[in-house]
Design a protein around this ligand. Structure first.
Ligand SMILES: *Cc1c(COP(=O)(O)O)cnc(C)c1O
Length: 395
C-alpha cells in the first residue's frame, strides 16, 4: 500500500510559496478515500469489523495485549480513570503542561488534579518531580510523552509499583515513538489520540492500550452503555438482544467510517515518522544560528522520536510571542501553542481546590513556546520558508 500512498497526495496538496502553510495538515490519499467508500458501500458504518481491524493492528504495532477504540483520547481518559475507580477524595498527579482534557476529566470525576513540574528542556515530568507529590490519596499518575519524544518510563514505573499507584501514559503524541527499543504503548496502560493534528488520524478518535486485560474489558464495556457481551454479542458489537447493562456506561464507540481511515494511516506510520524526522532535522540545522528560537532539548535516554510537534521557545526577542505569531500569519504561515499550562486557564486559576507546588519550568515554557508547521506532506523548502520568515520577523 505504501507505494500507492507515500507520494500520492504531495503534488497537488503540498503548499506552494503563495499558499497558506498551516501548522498541521492530515495526509489523506487514494487509499483512505477507497477505505471510506468501501465502508459506506458495505451497509455497516458504525462500530464493526474495521474497528476490530484497527484495534488488532494497533496492539500488534505497539505490542500491547489489548486495544480499545473510542471516539477520542479524552473519552479514553474518562473511561480509564473511571475503570480504575478514581473519584472523590482521590488525587491524580499530572503535568500542568498537558492538554486540558486530562485535567477536566479528573475534575469531572470529583477527584483532585495535582500538578507536577516538567523538565524545562523536554517538557516531561520525571520521578524527581512526581515523587514529592505522592501521598496516601494518590490514586494515579498521568505523565505525557511530549511532542513525539518518550518519557523516561522506567523510574516512573518503579515509583508507581513501589507505592501501589496506577500509571496511565498519555500517548496522544506518541504513536511511532519508542522508549529504548520498546514502542510506547507496550507494557502498561496508555492512551493514544487520533485527532486530525496527531501523527495518525481517523478524523476524531482514540485508543486505550493496556496489558491489564480486565481494565481493557471494563473500558470496552463502558464505551457502549455498559452492556455485557457474550461471545455472540462480541461478534455483533454489543447489539445482541440478549446483552444487558452490567453498569451504567457511555456512548464513546468509534464508527467504522473513521476506523477504516485509521487502518490505512497506521500502515503509513513508518513513512510519516521518516518524513517528520527529515523535516525536524532540517529545522534543527537551519535554526542553529537563530538565537531567539530555542528548540526543545533531546531527552538523554535512548528512544526513537516520532516528531509529532516541532516546538521552539521565543527568548530575548524584540517582540512578544503574540506579535511573533501574528507576523507569521501575515506571511501565510500558521503556528500553534502546545500548550498553555492548564493551571493558567480561568477555571483552574479560580478553583481554589487545585493545589500545586513550584511550576516554574512549566510557566517559563507556557509563556514562550510555539509550534512551527510540521506534517508529512510538507516539503523541505517549506521549512526553509518558515525559518526565513522567522529571521525576517526577528531582524
Ligand atoms: C490531543 C491530546 C489529547 C486529547 O486527544 P483527543 O483525541 O482530542 O481527545 C490528550 N492529551 C494530549 C497531550 C493531547 O495532545
Amino acid at each position: 500500500m505504501n507505494h500507492m500512498t507515500a507520494n500520492a497526495t504531495r503534488p497537488d496538496s503540498a503548499p506552494t510559496e503563495r499558499s497558506f502553510l498551516p501548522f498541521s495538515r492530515p495526509s489523506m490519499g487514494p487509499a483512505e478515500f477507497a477505505a471510506v467508500e468501501s465502508v459506506l458501500r458495505s451497509g455497516w458504518i458504525t462500530t464493526g469489523p474495521r474497528c476490530k481491524e484497527l484495534e488488532d493492528a494497533w496492539s500488534a504495532e505497539v505490542r500491547s495485549l489489548s486495544a480499545v477504540s473510542l471516539t477520542s483520547a479524552t473519552a479514553g481518559m474518562h473511561l480509564t480513570l473511571l475503570a480504575l475507580g478514581v473519584g472523590r477524595g482521590d488525587e491524580v498527579i499530572t503535568p500542568s503542561m498537558t492538554w486540558v482534557s486530562t485535567v477536566n476529566m479528573i475534575v469531572l470525576l470529583g477527584a483532585t488534579p495535582v500538578f507536577a513540574d516538567v523538565d524545562r528542556e523536554t517538557l516531561m515530568v520525571s520521578r524527581e518531580t512526581v515523587e514529592p507529590l505522592v501521598n496516601e490519596r494518590t490514586k494515579c499518575i498521568v505523565p505525557v510523552h511530549f511532542a513525539g519524544a518518550a518519557l523516561d518510563l522506567a523510574p516512573l514505573r518503579a515509583l508507581a509499583k513501589e507505592r501501589g499507584i496506577a500509571l496511565i501514559e498519555d500517548a496522544a503524541h506518541a504513536i511511532g515513538t519508542r522508549y529504548g527499543d520498546e514502542p510506547v504503548g507496550s507494557g502498561g496502560t496508555s492512551i493514544f489520540s487520533l485527532h486530525p493534528i496527531k501523527n495518525i488520524t481517523t478524523g476524531e478518535g482514540g485508543i486505550v492500550c493496556s496489558d491489564d486485560i480486565e481494565l481493557a474489558e471494563r473500558v470496552r464495556r463502558l464505551r457502549f452503555h455498559g452492556l455485557g457481551m457474550d461471545t455472540f454479542g462480541r461478534e455483533s458489537w454489543g447489539r445482541a438482544p440478549q446483552s444487558e447493562v452490567l453498569e451504567p456506561g457511555f456512548k464513546y464507540n468509534l464508527p467504522d467510517i473513521n476506523a477504516a481511515i485509521g487502518v490505512v494511516q497506521l500502515a503509513r506510520l513508518e513513512d510519516f515518522v521518516q518524513r517528520r524526522t527529515e523535516l525536524a532535522a532540517r529545522y534543527l540545522e537551519r535554526l542553529e544560528d537563530v538565537d531567539e528560537l530555542v528548540p526543545l532539548g533531546m531527552p538523554a535516554w535512548p528512544q526513537r522520536h516520532a516528531w509529532h510537534l516541532f516546538i521552539v521557545r521565543l527568548v530575548d526577542a524584540r517582540l512578544s510571542r503574540d506579535e511573533f505569531m501574528t507576523a507569521f500569519k501575515e506571511r501565510g504561515i500558521g503556528t500553534g501553542i502546545h500548550f498553555r499550562a492548564v493551571h493558567t486557564h480561568r477555571f483552574y486559576r479560580e478553583h481554589a481546590s487545585v493545589p500545586h507546588g513550584d511550576l516554574s519550568a512549566t510557566e517559563w515554557n507556557s509563556e514562550r513556546m510555539l509550534s512551527l508547521p510540521l506534517f508529512p506532506d510538507m516539503r523541505l523548502e517549506d521549512v526553509d520558508r518558515v525559518v526565513d520568515a522567522a529571521r525576517e520577523i526577528l531582524a
